[in-house]
Structures are given as structure tokens and as C-alpha cells.
Write a protein that binds this ligand. Structure first.
Ligand code: 26W
Length: 811
């Protein structure tokens, strides 16, 4: 039974329209209606929060604080209605009021406050933490502009500002009375007391106000409600000419300028570090406001910070919030007056670190001068942490400088954030079995030998209620029918019950029909949006993710060109129609990635216009890949491309979304593909390529891609074609050179595309052969869905709760 009837919901919506917008239903625009619905659901979540928040408070449970510079939330209206058990009621109410629910859902802008995997993971985890009734709060920055909107103009990526707040702020509740002050710049003055204790004073600083704009998070089938706190930056002073006379004019202008810029825009770099001072300001702003707010609440409840670590765990999403470590130290030392050892004991029992990448260029290393000038007190604390750690290391490794220099926190004028995390966090985890092994055996090997129990694995997971049930309602219905109800929504392992239908021809046919229908729906959407007509009789083969060389979209391209060549050589050959879909944003400064997007578009233009390819081969680049597009695409996908160089993709999470929607994977043994393979066996996944160990071996023995070019005519032909381009006058010499010669300091074919090319082509052949056997394909698809339960975020969160946070969960 839903908590509200259609009549009650209707009355609430109509009331909001009247009171907040002065409109009757008849003259309400869809925007009004969207906002009214959001406000109604907000009210319901707030009342749940009031109830359950007090229980948590009195229960004195340990709380989880999930800190992330990114939360890629996507849309919330349908999601919140779903979790509150009000989706059908809301749809009915809207239709009665003369509005199309799906049109209204479609109005909502994506909250795109993230780049890709790491940001979307944080959003899925908020859902699961809430559903499992963990008292948890997410913290991030309320960026005015989210991840840029991508336009493709003449085949090239063009970035446009993503101003999402016009409608998106319907979900945000300002909490002005919970504002915090964050201080930048200035200097530290020492004050020694009569007992020889120093009381450092920070003077001459610039203040920025941090104002919470809270988003309520509803769990599924629970009244437990959590909060995502988004910090907005504001200046404490109006720029007022009267300051001029007091010599404070510049200070005022400075404060204004700093405040305005801090929350302006999300950095669009993914897996690539740049030591920009604004980014450091964002990190400290966010971290300082968050720690102060947690400490304030704790003090109000307990009157002391002595038990802080017993009541709170701070989980940091990659190293981006690492400054929580010195910031919490600062408060314990300077505000509470604790000794170094007491403060350190609290900090090192509070903070836990998740690593999300092993790419060297993604590791954060801040120039010490930047920190020294911007955060003088934090710098002093960092120096002390680093010095103490270095003494420990010298002792432990008997002065072995090769080890000490690798593990040092401050080295060569840089502060190494990952090493700081390893030093100060009570747990360090990777995000898939393979990735966590690589952390232990390679990236943090020496630290692992020092303290092996510190290192954990928590394999990523995705919100299966969103990524299966909500976006693929027909499949959801079939799963429910086969597994005896909606148990799987709270017990994702129950989806395994589907497997006993693997020989049931009726279920297999239904599965096939659902996929077909989802393909048609997706094609209709693409046609409406872009005019491109997808061939729904073709296999939908999809690679969607950020564009990065290690993810090897270019390998996919090489194979497509190879297929095209076969068709050209032999136009009458037997050919299974295939539609290759790409979606990817490139970081605006990542020129090679942008050039690869252009290459895909050049190739697409040529192939789609070639009569030889008609109804056989099609290549489409989907503009502006984002959460809400993924939601339409996953249910329509048949082949999932997960083809990163083994050892490079920490986990991947798109791979899991495809799997639970019945796509079959062509993939390397990388990231969570390894665990997918474990679940599926060789028979239900198309594996190819070198393993992580073999990649290391090949690199050590000296990899020469030119050998493949010279000995493999198919590779030579494809690379020569890339060099020349595809008839639109654009050449791709630079891309071919990167594979054969190397450029800009990176070795030739750094990501081993040519080494894996043959094996990749074979995997495709196996997949296409299998596709012809409809029964076998549908069985494999069913098995993929049935065995996807362990990739639910609920499972990941249970792992965090039991192995790292030590907090109870419901269920
Ligand atoms: C400082 C620049 C920067 C920005 C973002 C460096 C690194 C990042 C992220 C850590 C990159 C990222 O999103 N990593 C992805 O995290 C996912 C969630 O764990 C994994 O599934 C992906 O494999 C990993 O690439």
C-alpha cells in the first residue's frame, strides 16, 4: 500500500502550484508542474527525515560521512517517486491532471556533478546506504556548472556550459543557519605560553562562506532518509566602496572574487591530474566546511571530541578530499587543544580511503608552494605528519632510501596525496579484486608489507533498482514473474532464480522480444533527437564511457575498419548486420582523445554513406553521453565493449549495467570483468587479449608494435587507412604515429592495441557466430542477468559496512 492515495497526491501537487507559483493546473507550464512535484516529494522525504533522523540521533550509532568531489546524480523525480513507492500513483495523478508523466520526467536536467565512474558510484552508494538504513551523509560542492554538454560540430567535440540549476535546484534546500567559514591565505603567527606550548594564530586570511544546499535522499521501501550536502560558496562581504577608505577594499574584492569562482564549475578532467590552484581551493573549501560541520554536530551531541572516531567514519572517494586529514588535525590541535598524539589517534581511526585508479598521471601531487601560500596552517601540519612518517619509514626499512623515497609524503617539493592517505587512513581499498591486488603488489607494495591488514577490497556495484528495474520495466516484470515477486529489489541475489528458466523457450522468447522492443524505443529516441535512423535488425554493439586511451575506443575503431575492409573486398559475403554505437566525452584539454572522437565521426560518415554497408554496417557516435542517455541505452544494448588494457581499468561499472540488462560482454580480464568472468565462466562472456601479468611481461621484454604492422597485412592496411583518413579531408597521421612511433613522451602504442588486435577480432567473430544461434544467445543473456546480483551496490555497501565501517545494516 502506497503511503499516499492518488487523490492526496493530486491535492498536494495542486496546493504547491497555487502557493508557490500562483497557478492553477490549467495555466501551469510543465516546468511549474515539475517543480511542484519535486516540492511535494521533498516534503514527504523531509517528514520521513524528521522521524528517522531523531532515532539515529538517540541511538548514537556510528555515522558514515561519504566525501566526494563528484556526485553524478542524474535525474531525481522518477527515482524518488520509485523509492517512495509512489511512482505509479504519481504517474496516474499527473495523467489525470493532463500532463504526460514521461514528458515531465524528461524535462528534468541531469545533475551532472561528476565526470564518470567515480561520481556515478557515489550516487549509487548514497541510494544503497539509505536503503540499508545506514545513517550516512554525502558531501560535495554545489557546482553551478556540471560536466559540460557535448555538441558534435563538423565531427569535433565542442563544449557548452551545463547550467543545471534553473530546474535542478528544485531538490535543494538551503540551510543558511548551518553556514561555515573557510579561511585561505594569510600567515601563521606563533604564541608560546608560559608552559612552552605553542598556540598558532592564523592572521590576514581571506574568508569564504560555505552554505549548505541539502538534497534529501530517499531509500527504497524505508522511511530512513539521508542527505547529500552540497556546499555553495559565498562572499562574507558585499563589495562596498566604503571599505576603500579603510584600506580594506582589496581584501573585500579578493574575498568576493574567490567566493564567486570556487563553486563555479566542475573540473572536467577524468583520470588526469593538473595542479591548478583553483582545484586546490575547491578541495580545501569542501573539506574544511564538511569537517567543521561534522565537528559542530558532534560537539552539540557529546560535548567532547574524545569519542569522535567511535561515532564517525569519514570515507574519502579517491584522494580528492585528502585534506580532511590535516584539517581534522588542525581542529583537534588548535581549537580543542589536544596533544599531537591524541589528535593523531582520533584522525587515524576516523578516515578511510578508496583508491579508484592506478594510472600514474592521475595521482595527485600538489606543489608544496601552492599549499604553503594558500593554506599556511595546513602546510605546517602536513610537514609534521610527513616528518614523523619519514622517521617511521627510515626505522622500519632500516634506511633503505629506495623505499623511503617512494613512500614519502613530501618529496621533491611536492605533497603526494595517496601516500598521505596510506599513512593516515585506517583502511585503504581498491574497487575490484584485481585492482586491489595491484594496489598491494605494486602501487602500495611497501606499505602493504608494513601493515597488510590495512588493505581491503570492495568490488564496486551499481544501483540495480535504477539500472535494471526502473529503466527496463519489461525486464523487471519478467524477472519478478520468474523469481516470484519483487524480492530481488531488496535481495539482489534473488535474481539468480531466473536461471532455472534457461531452457524455458517461452521465457527466452520473451527475453528476446523485450530486447527487440527496447532497441526500437531507443532507435525512435535517437531518430527524434538527431535524425539518425538506427538499423534495429542489426546487433547493437556499444561502447560508452569517458574517452581515454587506456579504455581503447581506438581498438574498437581498428576492428570496425577491418570489418569494413572485408565487406569492401567481398560485398556479397555473408554478413551479420552490426550497428556500432559510441558515446564518450573527452576532457577538453586531452587532444588525442578529442582526435579519436573526430576519427569515429569521420569513419561513421564514410561507412553510413557507403552503399556497400547499407543494412549491414553502421557506426554512430551518440552526442552528449550522460546518465539519462545511459538509462535509455543500456536496455537496448546487446554487446558490451569492455576492452581496456588489462591492469588499467580499476573496476568499471558500466560493464555491470550492461550485464544486468542482458548484454553480452566482449572484454579483457581487467577490473571487475575478472569477477564477471568468475560468475559466468568462459561460456558466457567473450574474453580476449593479454592478461595484466602478460601486459607487464610484454612491456618488460620490450614491446615493438611496428612488428605487428610489418607482419600482419590486416593491421597494416587499417593503419594506413587511418593515416589517410576517410574522405572528409581530415588525416589521422597523429593517431597512426602514436601507435607506431609514439609521441609526446609516451611510448609507441602504450596501451597495446596491436598486440590484442587479432585476439579482439576473434572474440568478435565468436560473438557474431553465437548471435546467429538465437536460442544460445538468449540463454547466455539470461544467465548474465541471473548472475548479476553480486554487482548490486547493496552488496558493495554491505561489504563496506562490515569490513571497513563496522556499522550494522538492515537486511
Ligand atoms: C585529479 C583528476 C582525476 C579525476 C578523477 C583523477 C582521477 C579521477 C577518478 C578517480 C577517475 C575515475 O572515475 N576512476 C574510475 O572509478 C570508477 C569507480 O570506482 C571505476 O569503476 C573506474 O574503473 C575508474 O576508472
Amino acid at each position: 500500500m502506497a503511503e499516499y492515495t492518488k487523490a492526496q497526491l493530486t491535492e498536494m501537487i495542486v496546493g504547491k502550484l497555487r502557493r508557490n507559483f500562483g497557478r492553477d493546473v490549467d495555466d501551469a507550464t510543465p516546468n511549474h508542474m515539475f517543480k511542484a512535484c519535486a516540492l511535494v516529494l521533498r516534503d514527504i522525504m523531509s517528514s520521513h527525515q524528521m522521524e528517522t533522523g531523531n532515532q539515529v540521533w538517540e541511538g548514537q550509532q556510528r555515522q558514515v560521512h561519504y566525501l566526494s568531489l563528484e556526485f553524478l546524480m542524474g535525474r531525481s523525480l522518477e527515482k524518488n517517486a520509485y523509492n517512495l513507492g509512489l511512482l505509479d500513483t504519481l504517474k496516474d495523478a499527473l495523467e489525470d491532471l493532463g500532463f504526460s508523466a514521461s514528458d515531465l520526467f524528461e524535462k528534468e536536467p541531469d545533475a551532472g556533478l561528476g565526470n564518470g565512474g567515480l561520481g556515478r558510484l557515489a550516487a549509487c552508494y548514497l541510494d544503497s546506504m539509505t536503503t540499508l538504513e545506514i545513517p550516512a551523509t554525502g558531501y560535495t560542492i554545489c557546482y553551478e556548472l556540471g560536466i559540460f554538454k557535448q555538441k558534435i560540430v563538423d565531427g569535433k567535440q565542442v563544449e557548452q556550459a551545463d547550467n543545471w540549476l534553473g530546474l535542478g535546484d528544485a531538490w535543494l534546500i538551503p540551510k543558511v543557519d548551518e553556514t561555515e567559514e573557510v579561511r585561505f591565505g594569510g600567515k601563521v603567527v606563533d604564541h608560546w605560553d608560559e608552559r612552552g606550548v605553542n598556540h598558532p594564530e592564523h592572521v590576514g586570511y581571506t574568508t569564504v562562506l560555505a552554505i549548505p544546499r541539502d538534497m534529501e535522499i530517499a531509500g527504497y521501501k524505508t522511511r530512513h532518509t539521508n542527505t547529500l550536502r552540497l556546499w555553495d560558496a559565498k562572499s562574507p562581504v558585499p563589495v562596498d566602496m566604503s571599505y576603500y577608505s579603510r584600506g580594506e577594499y582589496l581584501k573585500a574584492v579578493e574575498q568576493q572574487a574567490m567566493a564567486e569562482v570556487i563553486a563555479k564549475v566542475l573540473y572536467p578532467d577524468d583520470n588526469h591530474y593538473e595542479g591548478k590552484s583553483l582545484r586546490l581551493k575547491q578541495q580545501y573549501f569542501f573539506v574544511s566546511a564538511t569537517v567543521q560541520s561534522i565537528v559542530r554536530q558532534h560537539r552539540a551531541q557529546y560535548g567532547t571530541l574524545r569519542n569522535f572516531h567511535e561515532k564517525h567514519v569519514i570515507q574519502i572517494n579517491d584522494t580528492h578530499p585528502t585534506l580532511v586529514i590535516p584539517e581534522l588535525m588542525r581542529i583537534l590541535l588548535d581549537v580543542e587543544g589536544y596533544s599531537w598524539n591524541d589528535a593523531w589517534n582520533i584522525v587515524t581511526h576516523t578516515v578511510a580511503y578508496t583508491n579508484h585508479t592506478v594510472l600514474a598521471e592521475a595521482l595527485e601531487r600538489w606543489p608544496q608552494g601552492l599549499i604553503e601560500n594558500l593554506l599556511p596552517r595546513i602546510w605546517q601540519i602536513l610537514k609534521e605528519i610527513a616528518a614523523r612518517y619519514q622517521r617511521t619509514l627510515e626505522q622500519h626499512f632500516h634506511g633503505d632510501q629506495s623505499k623511503v623515497s617512494k613512500m614519502a609524503i613530501i618529496w621533491n617539493g611536492e605533497v603526494r596525496m595517496a601516500n598521505l592517505c596510506v599513512c593516515a587512513c585506517y583502511a585503504v581499498n581498491g574497487v575490484s579484486a584485481l585492482h586491489s591486488e595491484i594496489l598491494k603488489q605494486d602501487v602500495f607494495h611497501d606499505a602493504y608489507t608494513m601493515r597488510p591488514e590495512q588493505f581491503k577490497n570492495v568490488t564496486n556495484g551499481v544501483d540495480h533498482r535504477r539500472w535494471l528495474s526502473q529503466i527496463n520495466p519489461k525486464l523487471d516484470a519478467l524477472v519478478k514473474e520468474c523469481t516470484g515477486g519483487d524480492d530481488y529489489l531488496l535481495h539482489p541475489e534473488a535474481i539468480r532464480g531466473l536461471e532455472k528458466y534457461k531452457d524455458d523457450q517461452s521465457v527466452l522468447s520473451q527475453l528476446e522480444a523485450i530486447k527487440k522492443e527496447n532497441k526500437r524505443r531507443f532507435a525512435a529516441y535517437v531518430a527524434r533527437e538527431s535524425g539518425v535512423v538506427l538499423n534495429t535488425d542489426a546487433v547493437f554493439d556499444v561502447q560508452v564511457k569517458r574517452l581515454h586511451e587506456y579504455k581503447r575506443q581506438l581498438l574498437n575503431v581498428l576492428h570496425i575498419i577491418h570489418l569494413y575492409n572485408q565487406l569492401r573486398d567481398n560485398p556479397n559475403m555473408e554478413f551479420t548486420p552490426q550497428t556500432f554505437l559510441f558515446g564518450a566525452k573527452a576532457a577538453p584539454g586531452y587532444h588525442v582523445a578529442k582526435k579519436i572522437i573526430q576519427l569515429i565521426n569521420s569513419l561513421s560518415a564514410q561507412i553510413n554513406a557507403d552503399p556497400i554497408c547499407k543494412d549491414k554496417l553502421q557506426v554512430v557516435f551518440l552526442e552528449n553521453y550522460r546518465v539519462s542517455l545511459a538509462e535509455k541505452l543500456m536496455p537496448a544494448s546487446e554487446i558490451s565493449e569492455q576492452i581496456s588494457t588489462a591492469g588499467k581499468e580499476a573496476s568499471g561499472t558500466g560493464n555491470m549495467k550492461f550485464m544486468m540488462n542482458g548484454a553480452l560482454t566482449i572484454g579483457t580480464l581487467d577490473g571487475a570483468n575478472v569477477e564477471m568472468h568468475q560468475q559466468l565462466g568462459d561460456e558466457n562472456i567473450f574474453l580476449f587479449g593479454l592478461t595484466a601479468d602478460q601486459v607487464v611481461q610484454l612491456k618488460n621484454q620490450g614491446y615493438i608494435p611496428a612488428n605487428y604492422y610489418n607482419s600482419n597485412p590486416a593491421i597494416k592496411r587499417v593503419l594506413d587507412q587511418i593515416r589517410a583518413g576517410f574522405g572528409d579531408g581530415v588525416d589521422y597521421n597523429d593517431i597512426a604515429d602514436r601507435l607506431l612511433i609514439g609521441a609526446g613522451g609516451s611510448p609507441a602504442d602504450e596501451y597495446l592495441l596491436l598486440a590484442d588486435f587479432d585476439s579482439y577480432c576473434q572474440a568478435h567473430r565468436r560473438a557474431i557466430e553465437t548471435y546467429a544461434d538465437r536460442k544460445l544467445w538468449n540463454q547466455m543473456s539470461l544467465i548474465n542477468i541471473a548472475r548479476s546480483g553480486i554487482f548490486a551496490a547493496d552488496r558493495s555497501i554491505r561489504d563496506y559496512a562490515s569490513d571497513i565501517w563496522h556499522v550494522p545494516t538492515r537486511l
